[in-house]
Design a protein around this ligand. Structure first.
Ligand SMILES: C[S@@+](CC[C@H](N)C(=O)[O-])C[C@H]1O[C@@H](n2cnc3c(N)ncnc32)[C@H](O)[C@@H]1O
Length: 376
C-alpha cells in the first residue's frame, strides 16, 4: 500500500485574491510533479485566468461556473476582480472543495457556491434545473473533448464558454489516430501545427454545438506553452448553426512545403496531403477583442497581437524552417514582414511562434524575399 503523504498547504496570491493550495515547493522536494498535487494549482496558467477575468468583466457577464475549480483560484478571481454576482466552483475532489470553501471565506466572498460532483453531472443538472450560467469554464486535465457536450448545455444562450485544451500532442498532429478519435479531424504534424490545433478545437466545438442547434462563434483564441484556449459565444438557432458550419469549415492542402485552404464542408477528393476538416475563418473577433479592457500588460500585449493576426489568412510559415531548407542565414523577421508588405501582401507575426509569419504570399514568394534580404 502507498504510504499516505501529508502535503502541507501554502498561501498564494494571484491578481487580487489570496488562497491556500498544495505547497508546490514541498511537492517538488518530494520529486513529485505539480500535476500530482492533491489540490491542483498551476501558477503558469495565470495569463489564462487573466484573459478570462478581462473578458468576463468587459462583457459585463454576471454569473459564472468553473466546474473543475481545483483550488478555486479562477472562481475567486471571477468574483473579486470580474465583478461576478454569483460563481459556482465545483470539483470532483472533495478535498479541493473543502479548500475552495476555506478560500472563499478567506477572501470574504459570500457569492461563491462550492460543490463536490462530477463536472458533467453538474453541467447537466444546471441545464435540467434551468439554472444556466452566463459564463462556463472548461479546464480539464488533457482533452476537453469528452466534456463539451454537457458543458455546452450549462451555458445560458448569449453566454460564453471558455475552453482550455492541454492535449497538445494530438491537437498538434503528433498522434494522428488520437486526433481523429477525439476530434474527428485528419492531420499530422506540420510546421503550422499550433494554429492547426486551435482550428481543430474550434471545428470540434462548432460541430458539437450544432447537434443542439447552437451556433458557437469563436470570439478569442490563442495558444501558449502547453495549451490552447478558445472562448465561444453561444446563440440558439438551427439556421445560424448550419450557416456557421457551412461558411467557415474547410480543408488544408499541403504540398511541397506550401499550403492552401479549401473552403467548404464537403470532403474534397481524398488525396495525399489534404487534412481537416478545420475552422478556416478568423479564430478571434476583432471588434469584440477591442471591447475587452485588459487587466494587465501581458494580457494587453496578447490581445493586441490577436487583433493584428485576426485580419490575416489562416496558418503561418516558419522563417527558420524556410532558411534552413534554403541553406541561408535567417534575416530579421521584421525586415521580411516589411518587404512582403511593400510587395502588397498581408504580413504579420503570429503570437504562436517567434519566427512565424502569417502572409497571403506563397512559400516561393517568401523565399524570393529571403533571397533578396540575405544576398548582401
Ligand atoms: C486543470 S485543473 C483545473 C484548474 C482550475 N480551473 C484553475 O484555473 O486553477 C483540473 C481539475 O479538475 C478536477 N477534475 C478532474 N476530473 C473531474 C471531473 N470529472 N469532474 C469534476 N472535476 C474534475 C481535478 O480534481 C482538478 O482539480
Amino acid at each position: 500500500m502507498m504510504p499516505k503523504l501529508n502535503i502541507p498547504l501554502k498561501l498564494y496570491s494571484e491578481g487580487k485574491v489570496s488562497f491556500y493550495s498544495t505547497d508546490l515547493d514541498y511537492l517538488g522536494e518530494l520529486g513529485l510533479a505539480y500535476t500530482k498535487a492533491p489540490v491542483f494549482y498551476n501558477p503558469k496558467m495565470k495569463l489564462n485566468r487573466d484573459v478570462t477575468i478581462s473578458l468576463f468583466a468587459s462583457l459585463s457577464l454576471k454569473t459564472a461556473a468553473d466546474l473543475m475549480a481545483a483550488s478555486g483560484v479562477r472562481a475567486l478571481r471571477l468574483a473579486a476582480e470580474g465583478n461576478a454576482q454569483e460563481v459556482l466552483a465545483n470539483d470532483s475532489s472533495c478535498l479541493s472543495v473543502h479548500i475552495i470553501k476555506m478560500n472563499a471565506r478567506l477572501n470574504g466572498l459570500s457569492n461563491i457556491k462550492a460543490s463536490c460532483s462530477d463536472a458533467r453531472l453538474m453541467a447537466e443538472k444546471l441545464s435540467w434545473e434551468g439554472y444556466r450560467m452566463e459564463y462556463v469554464d472548461l479546464d480539464p486535465f488533457g482533452s476537453p473533448a469528452p466534456y463539451i457536450d454537457s458543458f455546452l448545455r450549462a451555458v445560458k444562450r448569449g453566454g460564453v464558454i471558455g475552453i482550455t485544451a492541454t492535449d497538445t500532442p494530438p491537437l498538434f498532429g503528433l498522434y494522428p489516430d488520437k486526433l481523429f478519435r477525439f476530434y474527428g479531424v485528419w492531420g499530422k504534424k506540420f510546421f503550422f501545427h499550433k494554429e492547426f490545433g486551435i482550428r481543430t478545437l474550434i471545428y470540434f466545438v462548432v460541430k458539437t454545438a450544432a447537434r443542439f442547434d447552437l451556433a458557437a462563434r469563436p470570439i478569442l483564441s490563442y495558444g501558449r506553452e502547453h495549451y490552447v484556449r478558445t472562448f465561444f459565444q453561444l446563440e440558439r438557432g438551427a439556421s445560424a448553426s448550419s450557416d456557421l458550419l457551412k461558411n467557415n469549415i474547410g480543408w488544408i492542402e499541403y504540398l511541397d512545403g506550401d499550403f492552401s485552404v479549401i473552403r467548404g464542408k464537403d470532403l474534397p477528393v481524398r488525396k495525399k496531403g489534404v487534412v481537416g476538416p478545420v475552422w478556416i475563418s478568423s479564430i478571434s473577433d476583432i471588434d469584440l477583442i477591442r471591447r475587452i479592457r485588459p487587466i494587465n500588460e501581458e494580457t494587453s500585449n496578447l490581445l493586441a497581437a490577436l487583433v493584428r493576426e485576426a485580419g490575416g489568412p489562416p496558418l503561418y510559415y516558419l522563417l527558420d524552417d524556410i532558411c534552413s531548407a534554403m541553406r541561408t542565414r535567417v534575416p530579421k523577421i521584421d525586415d521580411v514582414i516589411l518587404k512582403l508588405r511593400e510587395l502588397g501582401y498581408f504580413a504579420c507575426r503570429t503570437h504562436l511562434e517567434p519566427l512565424g509569419i502569417k502572409t497571403n504570399a506563397s512559400r516561393k514568394e517568401l523565399e524570393n524575399v529571403v533571397r533578396e534580404l540575405t544576398a548582401s
